[in-house]
Design a protein around this ligand. Structure first.
Ligand SMILES: C[S@@+](CC[C@H](N)C(=O)[O-])C[C@H]1O[C@@H](n2cnc3c(N)ncnc32)[C@H](O)[C@@H]1O
Length: 247
């Protein structure tokens, strides 16, 4: 991955897409001259960390941070991005290569639910982004079309498996932020089957606006829907993970 900068208007668009704000801790993996983290601090009030393997670029980033008046809120480390602890990140930004993105994907998926990930140009394989935006980039150093694509992912809670609540069993099959689920109740012979999307810790069923599950610690709190769902799911319920495959 050579050093190629993200143009300023693309940097802004990346941070806006992730809705970066003062409560955020932005980690840029392969931070180059530090512009993404410095802009996150200066324009959006965030804190941040840039990791970069080229020492000269780390020195330059620190100088630019001082010049921008944000040296207190950002840190630049000469460090291999693969050895970087991402645990504090609420937002991860990347302008890397497709193969590197894929190598990082398991670690990104293991971040806290709700963590936003923004990548310049390259995607994360079959983990579909929540949104993709195209930005004019007339001063982009690479490519002929002078456009940048930026992608946003939101880390989904890991909910795949069997969940139990007195007399009810909820089987969830998860693929990234998409899920399908079957709720069986001893009282009802027909399982309630639904699918939907996971937004951080919240699971929303497609076409059943009021049916919602939320991961709270290691339990899933389920709010029943109306109409057809109410029979199988009459009241709010707390589901716990099954020890085995059955409840
Ligand atoms: C395409 S540039 C992006 C720079 C900056 N993030 C931006 O968007 O302007 C990628 C950067 O990653 C750095 N890099 C490559 N491999 C790295 C690694 N293993 N650990 C840390 N940085 C690395 C390169 O030196 C380069 O500065």
């Amino acid at each position: 991955m050579p050093f190629v900068t993200t143009p300023d208007q693309v940097t802004l668009a990346m941070l806006e897409l992730a809705q970066v704000g003062p409560a955020d801790h932005v980690i840029d993996l392969g931070s180059g001259d530090g512009r993404i983290v410095i802009t996150a601090a200066k324009r959006f009030g965030a804190r941040g960390l840039g990791v970069e393997i080229v020492p000269e670029l780390v020195r330059k980033s620190r100088e630019l941070a001082r010049a921008a008046g944000v040296a207190e809120r950002v840190e630049f480390r000469e460090q291999d991005l693969f050895a970087t602890d991402l645990g504090r990140a609420t937002v991860v930004t990347m302008y890397l290569l497709p193969a590197v993105n894929l190598q990082l994907r398991p670690r990104l998926l293991a971040l806290a639910p709700g963590t936003r990930i923004v990548s310049h140009d390259w995607d994360l394989g079959d983990w579909q982004p929540e949104r993709t935006v195209t930005v004019d980039a007339p001063d982009k150093a690479v490519g002929r079309e002078k456009l940048s694509r930026i992608h946003l992912w939101i880390v989904p809670a890991a909910v795949h498996g069997t969940w139990c609540n007195a007399g009810r069993r909820l089987e969830i099959v998860q693929r990234f932020q998409a899920f399908s689920a079957a709720l069986s109740a001893t009282a009802s012979p027909v399982p309630l089957v639904f699918d939907g999307r996971i937004d951080g810790t919240t699971l929303r069923a497609n076409g059943m606006a009021s049916l919602e599950l939320r991961l709270e610690g290691d339990a899933l709190r389920a709010r029943p829907g109306d109409g057809a769902t109410a029979a199988a799911w009459p009241a709010e319920a707390l589901f716990r993970r099954a020890a085995g495959r059955s409840c």
